[in-house]
Unconditional design. Structure first.
Length: 308
């Protein structure tokens, strides 16, 4: 167990450091948003591009991985959606946001640093494949349903086109696309550019975790405990469990990538979850769920690594 804590404890110490720095006034909420924005728009895309561009295309085009993660995430999404539909009938947007929290991981900010320590460089490929699934399938699906609930009568195609317009401008999607092209074409970038990308990529880990901790300051659980209780168990328990079962039924799945996939699936929901939830009047639910899931993930992710 000490070996497991040697992996998870440093990650959550950095999260706690970000929380304490913000709580004690050494950092402001604006500072943390700036750090998070830097990681999301520059450091993390650089990490993904570096990983994909330096990996053979045949390794990246991993159909078993994409199949398992996509199927598992969608299964958990619709299960959580059904539970939310029973608990909150008539509020389609709230149902979609609950399902999003249950099935989308903070793979870049929390999952990846732990996966990197657990399996090594293969975690970068797993991160890119996971983010492709989340940003192309899960998040657009949830937001499309949420928009349909908010704009009843508006064409689903119009809503989907609007979301796709945002998607193609997403730095993570751009980095995935460019990394795939570089890998496919075998492009070798000039040394100074490679060095710059390496420096940006190296900055992603600690900065991301610090920003996650700072973002937890001020979040409240009171008044939304029922909603949180219907989201967090899906994210921390059901999501990795479904991934694990799906892996047992999938041939030709690389064992190292499978382990990384489980770690990423076990991470709490994505850090911008409260911001996405705010658009549909669910910010308190999103904030509370993120707080509980991030705290609980220290236990659940440590236990997962202990049995892997």
């Amino acid at each position: 167990m000490l070996d497991v804590f040697s992996i998870t404890l440093p990650i959550f110490i950095l999260i706690a450091l970000g929380f304490l720095a913000t709580r004690l006034g050494a950092m402001s909420a604006t500072d943390n948003r700036a750090i998070g924005g830097f990681v999301l728009r520059f450091a993390l895309p650089a990490l993904i591009f570096k990983s994909l561009s330096q990996t053979p295309f045949a390794t990246i085009l991993n159909v078993p991985y994409l199949t398992v993660y996509t199927f598992s995430s969608l299964l958990v999404f619709f299960a959580a959606f059904a539970v939310a539909r029973w608990a909150r009938p008539g509020d389609v947007s709230a149902q979609a946001i609950a399902a999003l929290g249950a099935s989308s991981s903070n793979s870049g900010f929390v999952g990846f640093p732990i996966a990197l320590l657990a399996v090594g460089p293969a975690a970068s490929v797993a991160l890119a494949l996971t983010m492709a699934t989340e940003n192309i399938v899960v998040i657009p699906l949830a937001l499309t349903i949420a928009e349909l609930g908010r704009h009843r009568g508006e064409s689903a195609l119009v809503i989907l086109a609007r979301l796709l317009g945002r998607l193609v401008r997403n730095p993570l999607i751009i980095s995935i696309t460019l990394g795939l092209l570089a890998s496919l074409l075998g492009l070798k970038l000039p040394g100074p550019i490679v060095k710059s990308v390496d420096m940006l990529a190296a900055a992603s880990g600690a900065a991301a975790l610090f920003a996650v901790g700072g973002g937890l300051v001020g979040l409240q659980v009171s008044g939304v405990g029922g909603d949180v209780a219907r989201i967090v168990p899906f994210k921390l328990l059901a999501h990795p469990l479904v991934v694990f079962v799906a892996q047992r039924w999938t041939p030709n799945l690389d064992p190292t990538l499978a382990k990384a996939m489980l770690v990423l699936a076990s991470a709490p929901m994505l850090g911008v979850y409260p911001l996405l939830a705010r658009q549909y009047g669910q910010e308190r639910v999103g904030s509370a769920a993120l707080l509980v899931a991030t705290a609980g993930a220290f236990i659940t992710m440590s236990l997962l690594l202990a049995v892997l």
